[in-house]
Design a binder for this molecule. Structure first.
Ligand code: SF4
Ligand code: SF4
Length: 590
């Protein structure tokens, strides 16, 4: 057996590979993106980016009922998009195993909300496994395929950012080839007309009873008795943190978390004096244990927050206050804690030369309300640019801008969203604008990649996940095809043309689309434009350039002592600062 060092996401891909998975689909989303990127590296697996999580899951369901083992991966909010097929996939079941990797993001490192997707497993009546580290992730994913086929159900493996992104040693096994069985027509099983669905619902409920029995006997749920005065029920990375803080306590370590092994819980409760539940985000285990009539020390009693990510320190503080006799010394890290007050603040910003900055600046000049979306450009909401007024979920900008137009009139609100985001969830909103005779301006910030998650391909880049050439979606042609006559493609660094096009589109009485197309500055192989510099003699310190928020423009000093300069190393030569300087103080560096 080989051992290697893997992140949770790499381990999830490895587990699927070893299980003989033949198909995988996903839409990129932190923290789950690398699951599919790693799966794509294995021979014998057809992996592909889907336009969104719903399509990814539908493709995986198709592959599974076609008799192949299939995987779909998504971040927690992606599960919202995929919820429609998710719920009914529970009814139709599988043929080849189907595993859904779901990665929650406690602490919202890269997300717009902090939902706890364990709720989905309960609501959709699907089994859910929750690994604590990379080794468990690989094993859980591998065995989840067996579980899926044995019980004719999709299985969700729930990860969190910390499990997805931290690395641990993993034992590597061999791949087990699973022949693809092929689709077999079975109308009552696969056609969810109400008459058939009613029968399938009964099967789902019966299956949950069988899964409940299995969960109680599962090797993934383990009682580890030690000091019996305190018994802690926990799962995921919270279990590892708690074990580090209180190794002498007794534990019920849960890995099979839906359905919860309530008989095992009762057994554990009988073996310890005081029962404590420690879990990140919502008190889902706690509430189910309380519903058995068992007294537990839970989140509120321990002062553990509903919001944010745990750390060993969080749990140490909570247990120290209530059970000082079982906690070890406060966890120490080997990394010295920096004195943050000594460091300059470094909030995330758009890159120097980013074309999104150009478009947002042009929109700000028009004093319009900007319905924004999910992507790098969301950073434009922050000062000094301050050019975005909303960000809800993937593609929502289009419908929201139309909604505002419905109540406030045309010409004051625009939708601005990225290329990948438009394909994911914006196109349907645009069709709706045309259908309902709107006149909204939709700006597609086309930087030719899915930039925010690490530059993944999408249907308009002309490349597949593997980098093979494919058809490239033409946004302007697509807009025209759905009925937008006023559609334009503009290079945003043609500043005057961009501003003029925006002004014209805001004045028309019909829907407009502007495709602001310029590749992301981080896409390799692009020609580096000459850097700009500041002529200090001409500069009158008006600050118009620094308000663009370009990280290459630096201010030294304050008030009358202030001065500006451009860091030539970072400058990408986009020329926006030269465009805004009214004193001709910015020029191409000689
Ligand atoms: S916009 Fe021009 S004049 Fe104003 S601070 Fe920048 S370089 Fe100086
Ligand atoms: S030209 Fe100006 S705005 Fe563009 S990257 Fe360089 S410093 Fe930034």
């Amino acid at each position: 057996m080989t051992r290697t060092f893997m992140s949770g996401n790499e381990a999830a891909a490895r587990g699927a590979y070893e299980a003989g998975v033949v198909f995988g689909a996903a839409y990129p989303g932190t923290p789950s993106t690398e699951v599919l990127e790693n799966l794509a590296k294995y021979e014998g697996v057809k992996a592909q980016w889907a336009v969104n999580e719903k399509v990814a899951l539908e493709e995986a369901i198709g592959a599974a009922i076609g008799g192949g083992r299939a995987l779909a991966a998504m971040k927690h909010v992606g599960m919202n998009v995929a919820a429609d097929p998710l719920f009914t996939s529970s009814y139709i079941g599988v043929k080849g195993g189907l595993v859904i990797i779901n990665a929650d993001d406690p602490g919202m490192h890269s997300s717009q909300n902090e939902q706890d997707n364990r709720h989905y497993a309960r609501a959709a009546k699907l089994p859910m496994l929750e690994p604590s580290d990379s080794q468990e992730t690989k094993e859980f994913v591998r065995l989840a395929f067996d579980l899926s086929e044995r019980f004719d159900t999709p299985v969700i493996v729930r990860m969190t950012t910390r499990v997805s992104h931290s690395k641990g040693i993993v034992d590597i096994g061999d791949r087990v080839e699973k022949p693809v069985g092929g689709f077999v027509r079975d109308i009552p099983k696969y056609v969810m007309l109400p008459g058939y669905a009613r029968g399938r619902h009964v099967i789902v409920e019966e299956r949950m009873k069988s899964l409940f029995a299995l969960s109680n006997k599962s090797q993934w749920n383990q009682i580890r008795c030690n000091n019996r005065s305190i018994g802690i029920i926990s799962s995921g990375v919270a279990y590892l943190y708690t074990l580090e803080v209180a190794p002498e306590a007794s534990y019920l370590k849960l890995g099979f978390i839906n359905p919860l092994p309530l008989d095992l819980v009762r057994q554990f409760v009988g073996e310890v004096e005081t029962v404590v539940v420690i879990e990140e985000l919502d008190p889902i285990i706690e509430e189910q244990v309380r519903a058995l009539g068992i007294q537990v020390i839970g989140k509120q009693d321990l002062g553990l927050p509903l919001c944010g990510e745990f750390s060993p320190e969080t749990i140490w503080h909570a247990l120290q206050a209530k059970f000082p006799q079982i906690v070890r010394d406060k966890p120490k890290t080997d990394v010295p804690t920096p004195k943050y007050e000594d460091l300059p603040p470094r909030p995330p910003v758009m890159c120097p030369g980013c074309s999104h900055r150009v478009v947002l600046h042009a929109l700000k000049k028009q004093k319009v309300t900007i319905m924004g979306d999910i992507g790098c450009y969301t950073l434009g909401a922050q000062p000094p640019l301050g050019a975005m007024d909303s960000c809800l979920c993937m593609g929502a900008s289009v419908g929201m801008a139309f909604g505002i137009e419905k109540v406030s009139g045309k010409g004051k609100t625009v939708a601005a969203l990225g290329d990948s985001t438009f394909i994911h969830g914006g196109i349907t909103g645009l069709i709706d604008i045309v259908y309902n005779k709107g006149a909204t301006l939709v700006i597609i910030l086309d930087n030719c990649t899915t930039a925010m998650t690490g530059r993944q391909e999408h249907p308009a880049t002309g490349r597949t996940l593997q980098g093979d050439a494919t058809h490239a979606l033409n946004f302007e042609a697509l807009a025209r095809a759905v009925g937008v006559r006023d559609a334009h493609t503009v290079n945003p660094t043609d500043f005057d043309l961009l501003e003029e096009t925006i002004k014209r589109c805001l004045e028309t009485d019909e829907p407009s689309v502007i495709v602001a197309k310029r590749p992301c500055v981080l896409i390799p192989g692009q020609e580096k434009l000459p850097a700009y510099s500041m002529n200090q003699e001409k500069c009158n310190q008006c600050g118009a350039c620094i308000r663009l928020g370009c990280p290459a423009i630096i201010q030294l000093g304050q008030n009358k002592e202030k001065s500006f300069f451009i860091d030539a190393f970072f400058c990408q030569g986009c020329g926006l600062c030269e465009h805004v300087c009214k004193f001709d103080a910015i020029e191409v560096k000689s």
